[in-house]
Design a protein around this ligand. Sequence first.
Ligand code: TYD
Ligand code: MG
Length: 459
Amino acid sequence: MAGKMKSVYICSECGYETQKWYGCCPGCGQWNTFTEEVRQTQSATKASAPSRVSTRAARPERLREITTVGEHRYLTGLGELDRVLGGGLVKGSLVLISGDPGIGKSTILLQICQKLGDTLEILYVSGEESAHQIKLRADRLGVDTERLSVLCETDVQTITETMRADNPGLVIIDSIQTMAIEELTSSPGSITQVRESTNVLMRAAKSLNIPLFLVGHVNKDGNIAGPKVLEHIVDAVLYFEGERNYSYRILRAVKNRYGSTNELGVFEMTDKGLQEVENPSMMLIAGRPKNTSGTCVACLMEGSRPLLAEVQGLVTQTGFGNPRRMTTGFDYNRLSMLLAVLEKRAGYFFGNMDAYVNVVGGLRLDEPASDLSVALALVSSLKDVPVRDDVLAFGEIGLAGEIRSVNACAQRVREAARLGFSRCVIPKHNLKNITTELRDQIEVIGVRTIREAFESVCI
Ligand code: TYD
Ligand code: MG
């Protein structure tokens, strides 16, 4: 019953299907997202079948009568991962872990098998590595649990059959882009395959109430390869990030049906796999130059967690006509605005100066609260006057040159006190948030203007 071959175009963002190629997707308005796929007409109808929801009639239930006591969370043995998941892995949940190649997705999933293997039977399905390779890695990571089985398979049908037969307590799929449904003619990794494989696996996992980890690749833009629908299907989407030049990795939830998306986990890649970093601020500000102009410590909030980072500014005489401005880890336009405010409102002239801003450790300062530390680093470099190295400063700078209040002020000050800073320069309006108990631990100075701030941070 070989069907007729026909080609269809599918949007990689929203999964919109058409017979002809479009530059701009009518479904989601994105440009250049259509990819061609070859499909057999008869199997196409078959292929769309798995995505249909079961026809079993559902009855409305009273919200009050729905019980939630059944929600059980498994601890993974990595506290940072548990935190990002919202307090552990929920039974029956579908979690997608994504990130650049070589960032450590396979490593973290193999590592958690050790602790989870105490209570659960685990099925690790790999479409990328051989059993031998996985064994070598497990040896390196010290994973040696009895209850871990490895299946090197890419056929979704076989995987779901194994799931039904063995009924494991946890399934890991590494990676969803290598999985394929035989009936579909398109190749593994294509949008249809990724979408349908996820659907089939999800249905199998939900019906058996098995938690499922999926590894997803990212495309060249850093998004999860495959249609956006993938992110809609799963319960949680975690991104693994890291800078090539640093050994630490940051795990972030961008979607989580069972917890907050503000949480963040920090790991360090060592020769024995990923180690949790319990004190990331300490790591990020370690090795700061002492008594040097042009550096200041900033505090950013990552969810409910304050993180300290070092901001460096360098201001030098312009060699050519136009002054150069460059930023790493800070918004370029925000820098232009800060320089304009510093010039017009505080009397620090940068007109014929090149200005560079760098956030050490590969972090990004997106919060307006980091304005003050960036400004102080720049002014310190301009004046060649070092900022005291036991000082932390934060605050938003307004266009009138005023220092505006920020959120989570007490948490930031507490983190500074915990790490042994002796002075904290904060917006004057935020002083009311600081308790006397906190004041006993650290000197807190409220400032209204940039000049006031600079005077209180200098030696
Ligand atoms: P991996 O988990 O294979 O990445 P992904 O699955 O995200 O593509 O990570 C592999 C990288 O991690 C590789 O570059 C080597 C490094 N690594 C270590 O540094 N230490 C270790 O113990 C392990 C297992 C890997
Ligand atoms: Mg891998």
